[in-house]
Structures are given as C-alpha cells and as structure tokens.
Design a protein around this ligand. Structure first.
Ligand code: HEC
Length: 133
C-alpha cells in the first residue's frame, strides 16, 4: 500500500517535471529581450508610432499601454473602421500574429506596414511593448 502511494507520488512528480520542461521550452518570451526590442521599435515602428503616453502626433496611435488595451481606443487618433471595430484586446499572442502580417489579421487596416519578418525581432519587440505602461 505504501509502495503504491509512493509510486503514484513519483509519477505525479515526473508528470509535473515534464510539464514544466514543456512549458519552458515552448515559451519564446523567456528568451525575449526588451532592450533589443526597443531597437526594433526604433527601426521599424517609430516613424509612425510614439511609445509614450503623450507626445507628437504621428501617422499611427501611441503604443503606450497597447498590451491589455482594446483595439482602436486612443481617443486622439482617427482609426479606420476596420481597426476600431476589430474588437479584441491586444495580447502578446494577438500582437505576434498581427506584427507578422498586419493585413492578414486586420485586412482593411490603414497601417502601411508589411510586418516584422524575423521571429526573434517580433519576440523582442513584444517584450519591449510589455514595458510601455
Ligand atoms: C507607415 C506607418 C506605420 C508603421 C511603420 C507602423 N505602424 Fe502601426 N499603425 C499605423 C496606423 C496608421 C495604424 C492605425 C491603423 C488603422 O486605423 O487602420 C496603426 C495601428 C497599429 C496598432 C493597432 C493599435 C490599436 O490601438 O488598436 C498596433 C498594435 C500597431 N500599429 C503596432 C505597430 C508596430 C509594433 C510597428 C512596428 C513594427 C508598427 N505598428 C509600424 C501606422 C504604422
């Protein structure tokens, strides 16, 4: 009886460990680097977006606080109907899809941007966007 319960405990521990390893290996954010992401932002987004709450008007809305924000919510910015009505909350996962190919996610967006091609650049950029709060 004691032996069986030990075996059960042991099996549970092994399952837990396997789960932890799996979670770790499938989590790209673990290796993402916000400082490198800031450089990606400066190179690819900054011409159209600011990263602070207040600042000069640019072609796109500020990305300050974008993660956790619903689509199309920056009051001073005139969005397209497509972006405004997309209706989801921007999460890391949603941004991962959108930044890979914006038009695939919001087909009628007025954001004239083809996407961030490199997987690592996107991961780092999203890590940087997380710091904008
Ligand atoms: C050529 C200008 C331009 C560039 C470059 C650009 N954007 Fe945009 N972005 C826009 C415009 C314009 C919109 C609003 C689109 C609309 O209303 O359809 C927008 C919208 C967005 C939104 C939706 C915001 C919201 O409040 O719903 C996100 C997120 C975004 N851009 C992220 C980025 C990131 C990250 C980069 C850099 C990789 C980038 N954009 C590069 C112009 C640009």
């Amino acid at each position: 009886m004691i032996l069986t319960s030990r075996l059960v405990q042991c099996a549970r521990a092994a399952t837990f460990a396997a789960g932890a390893i799996l979670a770790f290996s499938t989590e790209p954010a673990a290796a993402a680097d916000a400082a490198a992401g800031k450089t990606v932002f400066q190179r690819q987004c900054q011409t159209c977006h600011i990263d602070s709450a207040e600042g000069p008007k640019r072609l796109g809305p500020t990305l300050f606080g974008v993660i956790g924000r619903k689509t199309g919510q920056v009051e001073s910015f005139r969005y397209s109907e497509a972006n405004k009505n997309a209706g989801w909350i921007w999460t890391s996962e949603k941004l991962e899809d959108y930044l890979k190919n914006p038009r695939a996610v919001i087909p009628r967006t007025t954001m004239a941007f083809a996407g961030v091609r490199q997987d690592a650049d996107r991961a780092n950029l999203i890590e940087y966007l997380k710091t904008l709060k």
